[in-house]
Design a protein around this ligand. Structure first.
Ligand code: OGA
Ligand code: MN
Length: 288
C-alpha cells in the first residue's frame, strides 16, 4: 500500500489495494492503522459491487442496517443509497422526501452519533458523480481538539451532549421522519470528546444532531455546540474531496466531521453507496 497525505493535518490517498479482493489480516491491520493515523482514506479507482463493498467494510467490524437502505436482501440492507435517480432512470424531484432527507447531510455531522450503536467508520463509494458540485467536505476534530487551549479542553473533557436525528432533520423540513423511525431513535447522550483506544488521540465529538449539553441550560448548550462546530470547521482543519467515479472514501466517525455540498440535482446524476461499521469496541466498553 502506498499512502500519500492530502492535507497537513489528516486525510490520505491509499493506492495499491484492490478493495474488491479478499483481504488478508495484515492488510486489514494496515488499513486500520492508516485510518487511526489519517482519519480519512481515499481509495481511488475501485470497481465495487454492493457485495464487494459490504465484504470490504465488514473486515473492520459489524455493519449497520441502513435507514435509507438500497434494498431488502442481506447486502442491500447494509448499504445506504444516496441517489437522485429513480428506479426508472428519471431524476428525482428535488422536493422529494428522500432528497430532502439527504439534504440533512449538508450540515456538518458525523454518522450515527444519534443511533443506539455509534459508528467507527463509514465507507462511501462513488457510482455516478455530477460534473461540478457534490463535493464532500471533511474536518479533523482531532486536530481541532489538539489546538484547543487548556481551559476549553477542561470544559469539554468531561462533557456530554444529547443527539437526535429528529432534531437535525427538523432543521431541513418538518415531518421528514415517520413516527415509527422517530420512536426507534430516541435522543441519546454522547461524550463531547472521544479517545481512540489504539492511539490515545482525543477528538471532539459533535454533530448537527447535537442539541443539548449536560448541566447547561438550553441556550448555553446550543451556543457551546455551535461554537465547537465553528472551531472544528475552520479552514485549517478542512479537506474537500472532489469525487471521481470509483472513489471509495473511508472515514473515522470518531475523529472527523463531514458534510455533503449541493450540486445541480435537477440536471445531473449523483449516485453514492455508503456502508457503516459499528463501533463495537466502544459499545462493549459502555456496557462493561
Ligand atoms: C453520508 C454523507 C455526504 C455526501 O453518506 O454519510 O454524509 O457527500 N454523505 O454524500
Ligand atoms: Mn454522513
Amino acid at each position: 500500500m502506498k499512502i500519500t497525505p492530502l492535507h497537513s493535518r489528516f486525510a490520505a490517498c491509499v493506492q495499491g489495494i484492490d478493495c474488491s479482493a479478499q483481504l488478508a489480516s495484515p492488510a486489514v491491520s494496515e488499513v486500520l492503522a492508516a485510518l487511526d493515523q489519517h482519519s480519512v482514506l481515499i481509495f481511488p479507482q475501485q470497481d465495487l459491487t454492493p457485495a464487494d463493498q459490504v465484504r470490504f467494510s465488514s473486515y473492520f467490524g459489524p455493519l449497520e442496517q441502513a435507514i435509507t437502505r438500497m434494498g431488502d436482501d442481506d447486502v442491500a440492507r447494509q448499504i445506504a443509497l444516496l441517489s437522485n435517480v429513480n428506479d426508472d432512470g428519471t431524476l428525482r424531484s428535488i422536493s422529494d422526501r428522500k432528497m430532502l432527507f439527504h439534504r440533512g447531510n449538508e450540515m456538518w455531522h458525523t454518522d450515527s452519533t444519534y443511533k443506539p450503536q455509534t459508528a467507527l467508520a463509514s465507507l462511501l463509494y462513488a457510482v455516478e458523480v455530477p460534473p461540478s458540485g457534490g463535493q464532500t467536505h471533511f474536518a479533523s476534530t482531532r486536530a481541532a481538539y489538539a489546538d484547543l487551549d487548556d481551559e476549553r479542553k477542561a470544559l469539554v473533557d468531561e462533557g456530554f451532549a444529547t443527539h437526535s436525528l429528529a432534531y437535525s432533520r427538523a432543521k431541513v423540513a418538518q415531518d421528514l421522519m415517520s413516527d415509527e423511525l422517530k420512536k426507534s431513535l430516541p435522543p441519546v447522550e454522547r461524550p463531547l470528546v472521544r479517545s481512540n483506544p489504539a492511539t490515545g488521540d482525543r477528538s471532539l465529538y459533535i454533530a448537527s444532531h447535537a442539541f443539548a449539553v449536560r448541566g447547561m441550560n438550553e441556550q448555553a448548550g446550543l451556543s457551546l455546540i455551535s461554537q465547537l462546530l465553528d472551531w472544528c470547521t475552520r479552514e485549517e482543519y478542512v479537506y474537500r474531496h472532489d469525487w471521481q467515479v470509483g472513489d471509495l472514501v473511508m472515514w473515522d466517525n470518531r475523529s472527523t466531521l463531514h458534510r455533503a455540498t449541493p450540486f445541480d440535482a435537477a440536471t445531473h446524476r449523483r449516485v453514492m453507496r455508503r456502508s457503516t461499521v459499528i463501533d463495537a469496541q466502544y459499545m462493549a466498553s459502555l456496557a462493561a
